[in-house]
Ligand binder design. Sequence first.
Ligand SMILES: [Zn+2]
Ligand SMILES: [Zn+2]
Length: 396
Amino acid sequence: MKRLNCFRLFLAYFFIYPVALLADEVTIGIYNETNISSMVFSPVKSSYIMVTGASENLIVKEGDIIYINFVGDSFRVMGLNTVYGYFSEVDFLPSDDSSIFSVKAITPASQRRQYDDKLKIRIRFNRMQLLNTVNMEKYIAGVVQSEGGVRATMEYYKTQAVLCRTYMIAHFHRHAEEGFHLCDNVHCQAYYSRCDRNPMIAEAAFETVGQVVVDVNDELILSAFHSNCGGETENSERVWSQKRSYLRSVPDPYCQNTRNSSWEKSIPLDQWRDYLAKNGIKGAKDYDYSFFNLVQYARKTHYRVKSDSIELKKIRSDFALKSTFFSIQASENNIIIRGKGYGHGVGLCQEGAMQMSKLGYNYIEIINFYYKDTRTVDYHEIGKDVNAKRDSVLLK
Ligand SMILES: [Zn+2]
Ligand SMILES: [Zn+2]
């Protein structure tokens, strides 16, 4: 490792990276659910500049290893044979736009993960906090890879990129109290690594740069999606009690004969009678089994037996069913549940969207099919306050 003085470092950073400094960035709390007490940092591509607040900064080259151990009110920073000191905050600044680093938690042990751009490590709430400040489109590509899989089409990836970007911008404030924008797990959007498994995903993010979906009032939409709707998507208020003008039920001819389009489950009749009796269906233990049949040509919200009922979403949750879009056929010994689709059914149906893209529809047509009366626009156009909103999350 080579030492640089602050002035030379400043000049190097200023002259080499003005573009990176101007790019739209977002700060993600990575390993947000893990309380890390020791970890390893290493540049995977290009080099990093380690800034600790000490008088000299270090250049950390590709393949070099930095060990960081949490020791109460600070952490110890070490190279292979050198202790650099004890600090409460360390920044790893990329030497160029293509810099990639890896992090591997040692305690608790975890898989090595790779990310683009910057890393800040600091102590907050009596634990180590890891913040990845990253170009927004690189972040979107990482999310699409984590959420949308790696074997799809370009128009499908563009669709997912626009939806993940819409979510990101609508949720800049979600972790403001902790001093970053979004976390890296499903509480916000899964972001378990940079996009490294399919270059088409990164291309889709950059080709749709800045694009988001808005409703008729130019408000960012709630970009809900699910795996397979079973042939008909669901109105939002039937799942979450919030009505949204664009989350309307639409017949979906595109998701038939796909992986999750149909499923089946058998439950012993006695178990079903017990379950119903415990959940307010009076007389469930005595009724003839024929009363337990259910048919859903279109989506219903309740399962009715004579004058009593149970919400279908409760049955779905209690029996870990893939969806609420199912029929029941009862017989002397058991009931057969035959279902369609996988997920809550609201918004975009992923397997349908994938099929649409294979049939030649583009991402805007796909988005318009699943979200009624919406437009895809550049987020810079819909209100000058979006960047201000992002920046108002003070990194405290
Ligand atoms: Zn979160
Ligand atoms: Zn569908």
